[in-house]
Design a protein around this ligand. Structure first.
Ligand code: PGA
Length: 260
């Protein structure tokens, strides 16, 4: 196994799923199921906005951390339908996913918007999970690294070294999200190493070696250990498989299987 200097971080992105009562139930399963690995893996769950406060109550005092799936960059104002970093902070969020490919694809989020959101979050002591990833046709045209380079540079605009240490990057190839088609550990590792090199150019090696880079895209109990065995894969952002308590707990407990 790779020499793991970084604490793994596994986050469940529940997307637009779970009513408040369903969310509380799932949060309880995650809380109870991950007790044994509390000091080995950082566990984050990201319910929809309507369930954040209820889930915060359920996981209070446990090792499970709360994350949101999006935010605006302003603190308040005439932005109908938006949620601000200070609102998320008060509720108890520690992490916020920004720039998920679904936000980029369906809601027109640009790297510039992602950078503004990440900067605003960091200013409030919240940690952004910044998502990047290429689409299938971009991979097929050999453009993966160009796409990732431009997304990473654009999404981190204005973020200082100290802030970078609080930031998580999620590499999520769009073709692997919700498709059941996972990137192979080697394919993922290649891009993760590329991102870490880029971070080293931007922030220096010391910072780059500390930043955690998650893989996302059809992560499940059967493939997590092989992904985590790669040197630059520091965790996972899990969609579909995080909606079932048993499978998410199994993913978080990848080490206990003795194969990673
Ligand atoms: P998936 O989603 O695990 O369902 O592929 C991952 C994500 O979109 O974060």
């Amino acid at each position: 196994m790779a020499d793991r200097k970084r604490l793994p971080i596994i986050a469940g992105n529940w997307k637009m799923n779970k009513t408040l009562s369903e969310a509380r139930h799932l949060a309880l399963e995650v809380k109870n199921g991950t007790l044994a690995v509390a000091d080995q893996v950082e566990v984050v769950i990201c319910p929809p906005f309507t369930a954040l406060a209820g889930v915060a109550e359920v996981i209070k005092g446990s090792n499970v951390k709360l994350g949101a799936q999006n935010c605006h960059w302003e603190n308040s104002g005439a932005f109908t339908g938006e949620i601000s970093p200070i609102m998320l902070k008060e509720i108890g969020c520690e992490y916020v996913i920004v720039g998920h490919s679904e936000r980029r694809q369906y809601f027109g989020e640009t790297d510039e918007m992602v950078a503004k959101k990440a900067k605003a979050l960091l200013g409030h002591g919240l940690r952004p999970i910044i998502c990047v990833g290429e689409r299938l046709e971009q991979r097929e045209q050999g453009m993966t690294k160009d796409v990732i380079r431009s997304q990473v540079i654009g999404s981190l605009k204005g973020i200082e070294s100290e802030e970078m240490l609080q930031t998580v990057i999620a590499y999520e190839p769009v073709w692997a999200i919700g498709t059941g088609k996972t990137a192979s550990p080697e394919q993922a590792q290649e891009v993760h190493a590329f991102i870490r090199n880029l971070l080293s150019d931007m922030y220096g090696l010391e910072v780059a070696l500390k930043v955690r880079i998650q893989y996302g895209g059809s992560v499940k109990p059967s493939n997590i250990a092989a992904l985590m065995a790669e040197a630059d894969i520091d965790g996972a952002l899990v969609g579909g498989a995080s909606l079932d308590g048993t499978s998410f707990v199994e993913i978080v407990s990848f080490k206990s299987k003795g194969n990673a």
